[in-house]
Design a protein around this ligand. Structure first.
Ligand code: GYE
Length: 336
């Protein structure tokens, strides 16, 4: 009898253990399934690492993805459109939930974006625009108003020279040709100064948004063939489409014995740490801010899209202008 009772007790204990174990297993599986379902996958095709701005923008996106629990597939296209297109195709093949990218140039995206659309994968343009006749190839644009940035630069210049009568010779250092910030900053700038006959853009050259190229281009601008004060070949203003190129050009000017900020008025765009430092030191006169910190807003949009909410089609960052007239203590100290 005792033996039978013992066997029964053992069987009971065993079955209890089994049911506890299987309940735990089911619980884990449920949790895993839930996590699997809620983890959003975002494919981001970054255009390159041409500037400090770009590196900060990449860092902002990676940090925000971590913070928001978004699984990020991140590709760096080394400034090549074909690499960006390849990256987007691989995101489509992986069936990510959302694709985002910063288009290196404006044209040539229709095919790949139609492919994403056919697979029902929404696309967000980050930082730069595309140009297309096709409809609804992307859900939203998030970034800066580049035309307004160009206007801000022009407006400041008009104010700076409001009391001067002579000609104002301007050299423009453009960013990457074919890209929206280059086209729009140039447009906004011309819109402001175009009706004032004193302002002459004597040269407009591309430095591809890179510090090394900004320096190279400025060296060419200052070579005897183009710069010869005794023959009246001078330069009054440098408008650089970004800080990296402005910093490179400042080095070249200093090597030629010019005092940037005094002999040549320098206007730049971005407001990265090194340029703000140059503004404090009087080597830059005006910086139009363009913020790379768009990661968190992007993750917000991604979540809303996946949850099926309507999202605004254009979201511009709020930005300001820093000038030589600002009290030095009021200028921000940037981490980048
Ligand atoms: O101004 C420049 C970068 O697209 C806004 O690209 C961005 C520009 C930025 O390389 O520094």
């Amino acid at each position: 009898m005792r033996k039978v009772l013992l066997v029964l007790l053992a069987a009971l204990v065993l079955s209890l253990l089994r049911s506890v174990y299987s309940a735990r297993r089911f619980g884990d599986e449920d949790k895993a399934a839930e996590e699997f379902e809620s983890k959003i996958v975002l494919g981001f095709a970054q255009l390159g690492a041409e500037s400090e701005w770009r590196s900060s923008s990449s860092a902002s996106i990676k940090e925000a993805a971590r913070k928001y629990g978004v699984e990020l597939m991140f590709e760096n296209a080394q400034q090549k459109q074909e690499n960006q297109i390849k990256a987007i195709r691989s995101f489509i093949a992986h069936r990510v939930d959302v694709i985002a990218f910063s288009p290196v140039v404006e044209l040539g995206w229709d095919n790949v974006l139609l492919e994403a659309k056919a697979e029902g994968i929404p696309v967000i343009l980050v930082d730069r625009h595309i140009r297309t006749d096709a409809e609804r190839l992307y859900a939203a644009f998030i970034g800066s108003d580049f035309i307004e940035e160009g206007r801000k630069a022009g407006r400041w210049l008009l104010e700076k020279f409001r009391n001067s009568e002579g000609e104002v010779k301007i050299v423009e250092l453009r960013g990457t040709d074919g890209s929206s910030p280059t086209k729009d900053r140039a447009e906004g700038f011309r819109e402001m100064i175009g009706n004032d006959g004193r302002f002459l853009i004597v040269r407009s050259l591309s430095g591809d948004f890179m510090r090394s190229k900004g320096r190279e281009v400025m060296e060419e601008v200052l070579s005897p063939a183009y710069y010869n004060p005794s023959a009246g070949m001078t330069l009054d203003v440098l408008f650089a489409h970004n800080d990296d190129m402005a910093m490179g050009a400042i080095e070249a000017m200093e090597e030629h014995g010019l005092r940037p900020g005094r002999d040549v008025v320098v206007i730049s765009v971005d407001a990265q740490r090194s340029a703000l430092e140059a503004l404090r030191n009087g080597k830059i006169n005006c910086i139009v801010e363009c913020t790379p910190y768009i990661g968190e807003r992007l993750m917000d949009l991604v979540r809303q899209l996946v949850a099926g909410y309507e999202i605004p089609s254009t979201i511009y960052s709020e930005e300001t202008v820093f000038t030589e007239d600002d009290p030095v203590e009021s200028l921000p100290v940037r981490p980048y």
